[in-house]
Ligand binder design. Structure first.
Ligand SMILES: Nc1ncnc2c1ncn2[C@@H]1O[C@H](COP(=O)(O)OP(=O)(O)O)[C@@H](O)[C@H]1O
Ligand SMILES: [Mg+2]
Length: 223
């Protein structure tokens, strides 16, 4: 199987005044195509830092990252933005939908920006159907429950058919039953579409859905 993510000796330090905070220390890991992988660890362990580096939202202090075979650790911000648009989808803890746009418009948005050709309407409809929200297409986020908003965010992440979806604590703002539904939905889409997922959590019940759990603490992967 090919690797969608290959990370080698990844280190990220932050400077806080005179102090240096090591958020990630020499992390190496790979994620195979089609995997449904969890990154688990307590608050402050480095989960967001790792996902943001894999997601080309930030650059490492040292180390290598390849996404779908492309080295990305030292790309310019423009090239990183281009790579994000071509290869990645994001799901956030706080959903991050645009509140003035309808569910349909939120899902359509990345397709309008990326202009990859082809018909947009059928793709938006299919993505909303796959998350069970076809009937809510005209609703705006404030008219939807948290679980429904996260479903819209999942449709938005998948509509561009990314090689990899990154989800940073996607269930942390939901009650446990809804959180479970969301992770089950991601799992089903992973199986049906073959999309690779990396998600972070500190909830053992959410971790249980993963093919593989990578534990991190104090910025280090636990063997
Ligand atoms: N921008 C930043 N500046 C300074 N320290 C940071 C910054 N972002 C994260 N950190 C620190 O890096 C460590 C890992 O943080 P983070 O990746 O957010 O962990 P998690 O997502 O597991 O809670 C923590 O000690 C955090 O305080
Ligand atoms: Mg975090």
């Amino acid at each position: 199987m090919s690797d969608v993510v290959a990370v080698k000796d990844l280190t990220k330090t932050y400077r806080l005044g005179t102090q240096t905070v090591t958020a990630l220390a020499e992390v190496s890991l790979t994620v195979h195509a089609g995997e449904f992988m969890a990154v688990a660890g307590p608050s402050g362990s480095g989960k967001t830092t790792l996902l943001n580096l894999i997601g080309c939202l930030d650059t490492p202090t040292s180390g290598e990252i390849a996404i779908d075979g492309e080295p990305v650790a030292r790309l310019s911000s423009t090239r990183r933005a281009d790579l994000r648009a071509r290869k990645l989808g994001f799901i956030f803890q706080t959903f991050n939908l645009i509140p003035v746009l309808t569910a349909w418009e939120n899902v359509e948005y990345p397709l309008l920006i990326h202009r990859r050709g082809g018909e947009i309407g059928p793709r938006v409809r299919r993505a909303l159907e796959q998350v069970g929200l076809a009937e809510r297409a005209r609703h705006r986020p404030p008219e939807l429950s948290g679980g429904q908003q996260q479903r819209v965010a999942i449709a938005r992440a998948l509509v561009t058919e990314p090689a990899l979806v990154l989800a940073d604590e996607p269930t942390a703002n939901l009650d446990s039953a809804t959180g479970r539904e969301i992770v089950d939905l991601m799992r089903r889409l992973n199986r049906e579409r073959g999309t690779t997922f990396v998600f972070s959590t500190h909830d053992p019940r959410i971790m249980a859905a993963a093919d593989r759990v990578v534990q991190i603490s104090d910025g280090r992967v636990q063997a």
